[in-house]
Design a protein around this ligand. Structure first.
Ligand SMILES: O=P(O)(O)OC[C@H]1O[C@H](O[C@H]2O[C@H](CO)[C@@H](O)[C@H](O)[C@H]2O)[C@H](O)[C@@H](O)[C@@H]1O
Length: 239
């Protein structure tokens, strides 16, 4: 099946960030934004009359650090934040249990120096990319921590486990975005590579849209591209 076309009046385009627009790197701060990406996103935003959003597990502020000129909507922290063009995301609500979670994760990471702790305003990520053998232990620890903090959910990522607020999920965030101008009444296309993107792809496909999975692994998506470079080529042809 060939990839869908981007129609200026009928398409809404929703793009994940890590592993989708940028290649996975050894650390969260070691990614390289392709030189052509900012201009490409600006061109797509114009072509779709604003119906372009980034949907990331990263915080909005983090995405803005890498793409300061991005003109569209940004959904961050797996859906816990949404920033409209030109506006700052609202500060996070106080989350019950977050301080205790941070402390427990800090203590655990201190015992395993190969782990990388990524703190977020809405949660915390433990990366085991530098010590893959610790993966099962990290999964167990984060799972047990989530059981003690029912407002939080465990989110699997690539070589990482995260605790995020239970209310934050990309599926819910995308469903609500698609009810707003200029996304409403358009056919959504969602592109993502990771477990967190599956809920969003389910939603867009339920609504008659299209999911595109980047890379390998099982997915609900009806289309697939091998890597971010292939996605950029497709977007360049469509822009
Ligand atoms: O929803 P996304 O935009 O795909 O963000 C998901 C997580 O991405 C980041 O972690 C992943 O990418 C890192 C950089 O390539 C990599 O080192 C790490 O192993 C991956 O898990 C980011 O650090 C997380 O905060 C995001 O939730």
């Amino acid at each position: 099946m060939s990839l869908p076309e981007l129609h200026p009046e009928r398409t809404a385009l929703l793009l994940d960030f890590d592993g989708t627009l940028v290649e996975i790197a050894p650390r969260p701060d070691a990614i390289t934004v392709p030189a052509a990406l900012p201009a490409l996103l600006a061109a797509l935003h114009r072509r779709l009359s604003g119906a372009l959003a980034l949907v990331s597990g990263r915080e909005v502020a983090d995405i803005r650090r890498y793409l300061p000129e991005f003109p569209g909507t940004i959904i961050g922290s797996h859906g816990a934040e949404r920033a409209e063009p030109g506006r700052t995301a609202a500060p996070p609500a106080a989350l019950e249990g977050l301080e205790a979670i941070r402390e427990a994760v800090r203590d655990f990471a201190a015992k395993h120096p190969a782990l990388l702790l990524e703190p977020k305003a809405h949660g915390v990520v433990l990366h085991f990319r530098q010590a893959p053998e610790l993966g099962p232990q990290v999964a167990r620890f984060m799972g047990e921590l989530a059981e003690r903090h029912p407002d939080f959910a465990v989110q699997q990522a690539k070589m990482a486990w995260e605790l995020r607020p239970g209310f934050a999920d990309k599926g819910r965030a995308v469903r609500s975005l698609l009810g707003l101008d200029p996304f409403t009444d358009r056919i959504p296309i969602y592109v993502g590579d990771d477990a967190t993107d599956e809920a969003a792809m389910n939603v867009v496909q339920d609504l008659g849209g299209v999911g595109i999975k980047i890379g390998q692994g099982s997915s609900v998506a009806m289309h697939r591209l091998p890597d971010p470079a292939a996605l950029l080529r497709w977007l360049e042809n469509a822009a």
